[in-house]
Design a protein around this ligand. Structure first.
Ligand SMILES: [Zn+2]
Length: 249
């Protein structure tokens, strides 16, 4: 029983056998409940097979008939209960088969170490809620419930999206021959999802047509955009810089 949990959890997290075997079966059960695949949400009310004929006809008329593209000619009006149940059941089975599983991690972010959705806990002293790892005390990862009033999960998703965009942009620049030492990002929270170009001396340039966001300039540290520069000018600057670097060597 315990081994089954270990195997199943291992397949869906970053954890190995030895790490998982430190937990008892109860805790493994709890972890499994957080990482197991979820069934898609059914479009029908629970226990719909027990509904009366009128209600079943309504379901057929409102949900099934438009979805399977049959004429709205009340062809179901004389159907009996078993026929209705069969028709709805067949449709339902197909819907469930093609439906996307529900977002497994819809409520909380993943523990960055274990890749398990975190749990909401309450600090015993301050009575404030925070996110903690279900493997506590073996894993002591925590996160605040919110960042600047935003759900932490959404902040993390934005961050990841930004990081990916920065990476993509960097790759594009590399491809274009703009080999630059890009300073490590110091920004810790996402403020925008725009793509940015970056240069090694701290001045900023955008490598393509880019909308200017004036609101970014105030109180956000250094001016991030040098918008008075065209692509051609930028390329010239890059060339100049390159030849200067050569000369210095
Ligand atoms: Zn953890």
């Amino acid at each position: 029983r315990k081994e089954e949990y270990v195997l199943a959890i291992r397949a869906r997290t970053e954890l190995d056998n030895s790490e998982l075997n430190k937990h008892d079966t109860e805790r493994l059960k709890q972890i499994w409940s957080l990482v197991r695949p979820r069934k898609p949400k059914s479009p029908l009310p629970p226990g719909w097979k027990k509904l009366d004929v009128a209600a079943l006809k309504q379901i057929y008329e409102d949900q099934v008939r438009p979805d399977i593209d049959r004429p709205n000619d009340k062809h179901w009006i004389k159907w009996n209960r078993p026929t209705l149940v069969t028709e709805i059941h067949l449709w339902h089975a197909q819907v469930m088969e093609t439906a996307e599983p529900e977002d497994l991690f819809s409520e909380t972010p993943l523990c960055s170490k274990c890749r398990i959705p975190m749990c909401v806990r309450t600090n015993r002293v301050t009575k404030t809620d925070f996110l903690g790892c279900v493997r506590f005390p073996l894993c002591r990862e925590t996160l605040p419930l919110t960042y600047n009033g935003m759900h932490t999960k959404h902040v993390i998703e934005d961050l990841q999206k930004n990081e990916k965009e920065e990476k993509d942009l960097k790759e594009r620049e590399m491809m274009a021959g703009y080999r630059k030492a890009v300073p490590k990002l110091t920004r810790s929270l996402p403020v925008s999802t725009e793509q940015r170009g970056e240069s090694s001396d701290g001045s900023w340039a955008v490598t393509g047509p880019q909308p200017v966001d004036e609101t970014q300039d105030e109180g956000e540290g250094p001016n991030l955009y040098n918008t008075n520069i065209s692509r051609e000018e930028l390329e010239m600057v890059m060339e100049l810089r390159k030849s200067k670097e050569h000369a210095e060597k």
